[in-house]
Design a protein around this ligand. Structure first.
Ligand code: ZN
Ligand code: ZN
Length: 336
């Protein structure tokens, strides 16, 4: 089978791999959709450390195709999402659904340490499988596997956003998902980006106000919208707008930072009377990934509309050249 590999120099290679065979406790998933995540670009350009020999793609979704010893063969054909991290399975972090923070073995990540989803088949431990609710598309299941799940995980870290004014900085796939969830949960959402092509989608995902922070003063716009109180909640998804995040955060505000590299600067002296709560958030637990999928179906949210482009694996070179332009939208590789 052909799998997408990143040499780390802004190119892709389609390499031949043997079809995986499941060992004890493992399954082979026939990939139906494998999403392109914004963080792929850090690997594409070699900015992050990773094994350059592994298959890319950390938003895989598909059907159980083959099972190893110890896995019920009745699972063959089941539609599944995949939590794309692998831990020991028994420490307190793994048991809480956070294998990426496994305490006893270095957590492994698909497309970083082990093969990912940009290939017709992927080998994963059965414990990585998550149920796909009826009505959820494979494309949506893929997005929830990282980008959309990251937005969900960040909001779960914040707690409730209902009846708040929430500013979402960055309207890429994570930011649009955050706009969608916050609006659905009863927040008044201000969607912010520096690119009108991205902002063109924000209202459709529930934004009450759309601000191009390159064309107008963000602080003035948020102050006007809130009667001078500024934002109750800020989600910073771009990795480049931490100063803006703090500039629009009101008293007792809560902010969560998911964008990388994300240089956050402040002095306690300048801000301590603002009584802020500042958080980081790293994707989501397996438990929250499953809850996110249920929420999306229950609220009929337009996750599929995040995608502007679908590709075949043979088009991977063109697909990543397009994605690297960061215009707008999200791509997904589809497999028959
Ligand atoms: Zn563990
Ligand atoms: Zn990702």
């Amino acid at each position: 089978m052909k799998g997408v590999v990143f040499p780390g120099d802004g190119t892709i290679v389609l390499r031949d791999f043997p079809e995986p065979e499941p060992g004890y406790g493992e399954v082979v998933v026939k990939i139906r959709a494998s999403g392109m995540c914004g963080s792929d670009l850090h690997f594409y350009h070699g900015a992050f450390d990773f094994d350059h020999a592994v298959i890319q793609g950390h938003e895989p979704c598909g059907e159980v195709y083959a099972v190893g010893p110890g896995v019920d063969p009745a699972r063959i054909g089941e539609r599944v999402m995949i939590h794309h991290y692998i831990g020991c399975g028994t420490c307190r972090r793994c048991r809480a659904g956070w294998p990426q923070m496994c305490e006893t073995a270095p957590g492994k990540t698909m497309a970083v340490h082990v093969d990912g989803g940009h290939a017709p088949f992927a080998l994963v431990p059965e414990s990585s499988l998550l149920p796909m609710p009826d009505g959820l598309s494979f494309e949506a299941g893929a997005a929830i596997g990282c980008g959309t799940g990251t937005a969900w995980g960040a909001i779960k870290r914040l707690g409730s956003v209902a009846d708040t004014t929430t500013v979402v900085l960055g309207q890429g796939p994570v930011g649009l998902s955050a706009t969608m969830f916050a609006a659905s949960m009863g927040a008044r959402v201000i969607a912010v980006d520096v690119d009108d092509r991205r902002l063109a989608h924000s209202a459709k995902f529930g934004a009450d106000l759309v601000v191009n922070s390159r064309a107008q003063s963000l602080t003035d716009a948020v102050a006007e919208f809130t009667g001078g109180r500024l934002a109750d909640v800020v989600l910073e998804t771009s990795g480049r707008a931490s100063d803006d995040a703090l500039a629009v955060l009101g008293t007792f505000g809560r902010a969560v930072f998911t964008g990388l590299p994300g240089d956050v600067r402040f002095t306690t002296q300048a801000v301590y009377k603002k009584q802020w709560t500042l958080l980081t958030s790293w994707t989501m637990s397996s438990i929250e990934q499953a809850r996110c999928a249920e929420y999306v179906v229950a609220h009929d949210l337009p996750v599929d509309e995040l995608y502007s482009h679908t590709w075949t694996i043979e088009q991977a070179d063109e697909a990543y050249r397009w994605f690297d332009k960061q215009d707008a939208g999200k791509g997904v590789f589809l497999f028959d």
